[in-house]
Design a protein. Structure first.
Length: 268
């Protein structure tokens, strides 16, 4: 690491530093001799899915496209067993541009996850290979506004609620986003459940008593009905009032294995 980069590294928030450390370990695990911005973007999207999901929903940012493009580049990198990786030139460029972006445009004195991602999107052509740069295309104005709001929220939480986390993060950690899976083609088509799905829609449209409950023995298809509803919403074949509804499936097993703090237990 150059002497010039050390002050920039010191500007990383603990969360950003943890993600950078994860990127370094990821490069080591793949026997790559350099830690590249590709490794960092990969870990950022994997560890902060709640940000990527909101960007996907509102700015046309597609994390799956980006991850696929990254993987297509990573598999082309020559492996060097038992190497001690160093920062690549593009990684050094990213760190420098991120600090300039944070301190001048955002006018903050630290480097957090949102400003990292903002820099990657805004300066993608000078940092990433062409296919990754193309995959990062989105509505930049909307993405920038969302990322700034994430940064503001994180800063407010750090100063007022040190142990609190974004509700988006809890959704990402403890639930599966069925809407996102439906929109990205990762849910199989549901057949033979059209009547039950219509019943769900009818109940959700009620003004009162509008909380549907699915009961039955394991394996009778309760989950497939909910997935069918997610597919209906994703395809736009629902009344207007339901078109922006998001469906998340709570992972009760994970909640029981990893309980959240008492103050946030109602979220899980």
């Amino acid at each position: 690491m150059s002497i010039y980069l050390k002050p920039i590294i010191n500007k990383l928030t603990p969360e950003s530093r943890n993600t950078l450390d994860s990127a370094i370990n990821y490069a080591i695990s793949r026997s790559h001799h350099e830690v590249d911005c590709l490794h960092l973007l990969w870990k950022l999207l994997q560890e902060h899915k709640y940000i990527a999901e909101v960007l996907y929903e509102q700015s046309l940012f597609n994390p799956e496209w980006v991850l696929n493009a990254i993987e297509s580049e990573l598999i082309r990198i020559n492996t060097v067993p038992q190497s001690s990786p160093v920062f690549s030139e593009s990684m050094q460029t990213l760190l420098e541009k991120t600090w300039i972006h944070a301190s001048t445009k955002w006018q903050i004195d630290h480097i957090d996850i949102p400003v990292f991602l903002s820099t990657m999107i805004n300066f993608r052509d000078s940092i990433f290979p062409l296919n990754v740069s193309d995959a990062l295309c989105c509505d930049m104005d909307v993405a920038e506004e969302l990322l700034i709001s994430f940064s503001d929220e994180a800063e407010h939480s750090a100063s007022h609620r040190p142990t609190d986390r974004s509700s988006h993060e809890y959704l990402s950690k403890y639930t599966e986003n069925l809407s996102l899976r439906a929109e990205t083609g990762k849910l199989d088509p549901v057949t033979g459940r059209e009547k039950e799905v219509r019943q769900l829609i009818d109940i959700l449209l009620r003004r009162r008593q509008n909380n549907p409950i699915l009961t039955g023995e394991p394996g009778v298809g309760k989950s497939s009905i909910v997935e069918g509803l997610a597919l209906q919403i994703a395809s736009g074949r629902v009344p207007d009032v339901l078109k922006n509804v998001r469906i998340h499936a709570l992972d009760m097993g994970l909640c029981l294995r990893e309980p959240v703090s008492e103050g946030n237990s109602k979220i899980a």
